[in-house]
Design a protein around this ligand. Structure first.
Ligand code: PLP
Length: 447
């Protein structure tokens, strides 16, 4: 732990931000974002609503490619999307177990089922690679935007892309998404994995022809080294989870799709029907991108709440102190060790933090044991299996009910008509044995 962070002692930091003591002691906390603004008062952001629409169009141009290259996307006509499921049994079980009753319907946004990458990274990571591939193909006279993008499966295309390399630093899931799509398009792809990345992810990537580099250190080390090595290659392109606008926009498109799904299921979002969305958070890109999209669509009627492990509260510390990417959890003596590998990030994304600053309603932290308990309760009550990171949002409604948030926002009389969405972020590619271990661990903790 540093004695001094940006010229202030830890005692001074704690005096300025009283919640910090609890955060440093690794207690679960709920933080309400005092800087959240009504949408009409939010200063101009580096991304716009039009950017989301452009990104959606790009996904649609690539749909014929996906249908051909990833036949599992055929049913959805080449779109990478996941179902929204009503989970009333889970709501009841949550109420019984955590003894914190809450009002409103509970839904699960099942990004654990996303094709191609089996996690929410299928949105951001895949999108940025598509954009890069499209840019290269157009710049080299191989493609026009109104062509049928099935041609991306042509040997002429894959051999063209083999002159180029793509690099990424990851705790695991981003590497899975970037590695899978890049290898399919023909790129030379190098992934730099942090010490907490799971062995099966490395093996799966190697089986697809991806070069996997392993580091003992955490995500920040993998990303720094990956960035350096990739940029030494003049034909190299680095996908930068700490700064990328394209990753962010890939995620944001989820909001347009969710809007359709809510309409389809008759879920209203308006002044009398607030929507609460609980988003597991690592570097802040996926929850930030989705929150940004949702705020563009539902404005002040949607409340976006991030969830981080008690051992990795990087976005929480960044936003609460206002220092954003200038501080890490390690600066405050927190070890960034969590079983939730997708959330094991010690320093937040600068790009995403700037956007989330005025848009999100709050952040809460959760202990690893609760992630396991929640995934076991979800499996028993709804028959849905997810990885630990992906279960984090399920704690949201109970947390919210226990905090002063609802009163502060004068929502008491509206909660009966509210909807809660826990965003489930990963799980489908976890090997069977691994999933069983997660479940057994959760069952053991519940006993
Ligand atoms: C990456 C990831 C997240 C969080 O996304 P960030 O962009 O890092 O904030 C959440 N859940 C899972 C399973 C992930 O892989």
């Amino acid at each position: 732990m540093k004695q001094n962070v940006h010229g202030k002692s830890l005692t001074e930091w704690q005096a300025e931000f009283p919640l910090l003591k609890n955060i440093m002691d690794l207690h679960p906390v709920f933080w309400t974002n005092g800087k959240q603004l009504p949408m009409k008062e939010v200063p101009p952001l580096p991304v716009t609503r039009e950017d989301i629409i452009e990104a959606d169009k790009r996904w649609k141009r690539f749909a014929p490619f996906f249908e051909k290259a990833f036949p599992e996307t055929k049913a959805a006509k080449g779109l990478i999307e996941s179902p929204l499921r009503h989970i009333p049994h889970m709501k009841k079980r949550l109420k019984d177990y955590y003894n914190e009753p809450f009002q409103g319907n509970l839904y699960l946004k099942c990004d654990n089922e996303l094709p191609v990458a089996g996690s929410i990274k299928a949105r951001g990571g895949v999108y940025e690679v598509l954009k890069h591939a499209e840019d290269l193909a157009i710049a080299n006279g191989l493609l026009k935007k109104d062509d049928n993008y099935e041609i991306f499966t042509d040997p002429a295309f894959t051999s063209f892309f083999s002159q180029y390399s793509i690099g990424v630093g990851s705790t695991g899931n981003l590497a899975l998404s970037i590695g899978t799509i890049s290898a399919k398009l023909g790129f030379n792809v190098n992934v730099h994995m942090s010490g907490d990345a799971k062995q099966w992810k490395k093996e799966l990537l190697r089986s697809k022809g991806v070069n996997v580099y392993e580091y003992n250190g955490d995500f920040s080390e993998a990303i720094t080294e990956g960035r350096k090595q990739t940029l030494e290659d003049p034909n190299g392109y680095f996908i930068d989870d700490e700064h990328s606008k394209d990753l962010f926009l890939g995620y944001s498109v989820a909001a347009l799709r969710l809007k359709e799904q809510l309409l389809g299921q008759g879920v209203k979002v308006d002044r009398d029907h607030p929507l609460f969305v609980y988003l597991p958070c690592g570097v802040g890109g996926s929850p930030g991108g989705i929150a940004f999209g949702l705020k563009q669509i539902f404005g002040d009627y949607v409340y976006c709440i991030f969830v981080e492990p008690t051992h990795s509260p990087s976005v929480l510390i960044g936003l609460m102190t206002g220092e954003e990417d200038k501080v890490s959890v390690q600066d405050f003596g927190i070890d960034n060790r969590t079983e939730a590998d997708g959330l094991a990030v010690g320093r937040p994304s600068s790009f995403a933090s700037e956007i989330s600053r005025h848009l999100i309603s709050g952040i809460f932290t959760i202990e690893d044991d609760d992630l396991y308990k929640l995934l076991a309760i979800l499996a028993d009550s709804e028959g849905i299996r997810v990885e630990p990171s992906a279960a984090a949002g399920l704690m949201g409604p109970a947390k919210l009910a226990g905090a002063s948030f609802i009163k502060k926002h004068r929502l008491d009389d509206k909660m009966g008509k509210s909807a809660h969405i826990a965003w489930s972020t990963g799980g489908n590619l976890v090997p069977e044995g691994g999933m069983d271990r997660f479940y057994q661990k959760g069952k053991g903790l519940l006993r």
